[in-house]
Each structure stands twice: as C-alpha cells, then as structure tokens.
Design a binder for this molecule. Structure first.
Ligand SMILES: [Fe+2]
Ligand SMILES: [Fe+2]
Length: 292
C-alpha cells in the first residue's frame, strides 16, 4: 500500500529523487521500447507529478540572484563539516526517503550505478570517479536546505529565464522577473562572457563544484557544476553566455547525462565487492579530509 505523502510547504516531494524520475518523463531513454516507456509513465503517478510541479513552483519563485548570493556566503566558507569522501558518502546515505524502499535505491546505489556504467564503457578513471561523487552535494538536504535549494534543473540568475526551463511559467512569481537589472537577455552579463562569470541557481551542483575544484580535471568539474543545467546541455538555450572553452567542455556534460539518467541496472551493484576499487580511486584524486 502506498504511504501517504509527507508534504510540508517547503518540501513537497516525497523524495528528492522524484525530480529525477520526472526528468525521465521529459527526456526518455531513446533505447527504451514504447512498452517500457509506458510502464514508467504509469509508475510515475499523477500525484507524484503534482508534487514535482509544486517543487518547481517553489524553486522558480525563490531562486533569485540575491538568494544565490546569500547561499554562497553561507556555504562557501566550508565550515559545516570536515569529512573524508567516504564519510560524505555515508552521510549522504542517511538521507532516507519516505518513498517505497522496494523501488528506490539508496543514494550510494545511484552513485555506483552511474560510475559503473561509465567504467563499463571503458572511460578514463577521472570520468569514473566523477560519476561516483557527482551527487554528494545533495548533503545540503542534511544541512537543512529545502528540496528546491538542493535539486532540480539549474539555470543562470541575473539575466532572463529561458522558456526552455521546465515549468518556466512559474518564473512570473520570481522577483527578478520584473527587476530591470535582471530581466533582459543578458541582464548583468556580457555576450559570451563565459559561464564561470555567470551565477547559477543554488543547488547540489554548484556547491560540490566549489568543494572539489582543486582536485579534478576541467571536464570533471564541468560535469559536476552543470549536470542539472538542462536548458543548456539538452536545449542549448544559453549559448549566448558561453565562451569557447564552455562549448568544448559541454561535450563532456552531454556525454555524462545519459549515465546519470539511464544507468539504473536491473541488478544493483554489489557495493561491498566494488569497495576496494573505489577506495583506491578516491585516494588517487582526493585528500584524506575535505571541508564541506
Ligand atoms: Fe545531480
Ligand atoms: Fe545524479
């Protein structure tokens, strides 16, 4: 029997991963059969889609330029917790959803499925480790951040919101929508100024990028920082803010996306058996402790 939804006004979704299931409805796996797609649509019932919609209403209403600045000030001091990568993985795994435990895998499983699918395709080890750590920023939930400030599609703030962003009609409620500094195509930015000069909506992507930026090669950092930037990596609607390096690096972001979305293996990876390989990989790239 289905458990009643534990909705509160800030956290409408039963699980932070519900928005990712919604992504699969928006961007279905091209290799799936019609039957598989239909089965998935039925699994994502309308009640859950409604909570995702409410989640996006909050996200689009409250992710303002000033909100992003305030979160940067709060989190980019990295004074919340000192942890090794493994402690961060364990910490993230304490984020237990209310949703059906038979269907939903824990956070470690999503990380391992992503990284194992990358490894199986023979990609270099920096790509594998990126798959393994890419969602660690979701620990923001455990620091008390609401769902709409942790997950969901990310997008630039400080300039007009693209109508290619899911549920873009909700941006009408965002104060920046009518703010003349921010509501033109370029807003506070210059043409092709480069994404490094563009503030993105606050969430697990930017947060983790800021923690890892000294430890991984550029393509990995782009993947971490922009993997939820669907209005660019799927819809190409912010190219006018990108420089040549961004465009080159987004090839990696695009390459990563199917591993993030479609790597749910029928048999969950055996975390215990894989541990020695990942221990070595983590030690190769990261120091013993990191500041979160
Ligand atoms: Fe993510
Ligand atoms: Fe992910």
């Amino acid at each position: 029997m289905k458990k009643p939804l534990n909705i509160n006004s800030d956290n409408p979704m039963e699980s932070v991963d519900d928005w990712e299931d919604d992504l699969l409805v928006r961007y279905p796996d091209a290799s799936e059969t019609k039957k598989e797609k239909e089965a998935f649509r039925n699994y994502i019932d309308s009640e859950r889609l409604d909570t995702v919609k409410e989640f996006y209403r909050l996200n689009h209403t409250y992710q303002t330029y000033d909100f992003v600045c305030s979160k940067e000030e709060e989190y980019l001091k990295f004074d919340k917790k000192e942890m090794s990568i493994w402690e961060a993985v364990d910490f993230l795994n304490t984020l237990v959803d209310d949703s059906d435990p038979d269907i939903d895998l824990d956070q470690l499983q999503h990380l391992l499925q992503t990284s194992e699918a990358i490894r199986a395709d023979g990609h270099p080890d920096w790509f594998v480790i990126t798959g393994f750590i890419h969602d660690l920023g979701k620990i923001l939930c455990l620091f008390g951040e609401p769902q709409w400030a942790v997950v969901g599609d990310t997008f630039p703030v400080g300039c007009a919101f693209s109508d290619k962003i899911v549920y873009s009609e909700f941006f009408k409620e965002n104060p920046d929508y009518t703010d003349e500094r921010f509501n033109t195509k370029y807003g506070i930015y210059k043409p092709n100024c480069g994404l490094d000069n563009v503030k993105m909506s606050w969430g697990h992507d930017e947060y983790l990028y800021q923690i890892f930026k000294d430890f991984l090669p550029d393509p990995a950092l782009y993947i971490i920082r922009y993997h939820s930037f669907y209005s660019q990596h799927r819809e190409n609607d912010y190219t006018h803010l990108m420089n040549e390096k961004d465009i080159e690096m987004f090839e990696w972001v695009k390459k990563f996306n199917p591993y993030d979305l479609y790597s749910k293996a029928p048999v969950p990876p055996d975390a215990k058996a894989l541990l020695p390989y990942y221990k070595e990989l983590v030690a190769k790239f990261f120091p013993e402790k990191l500041n979160f």
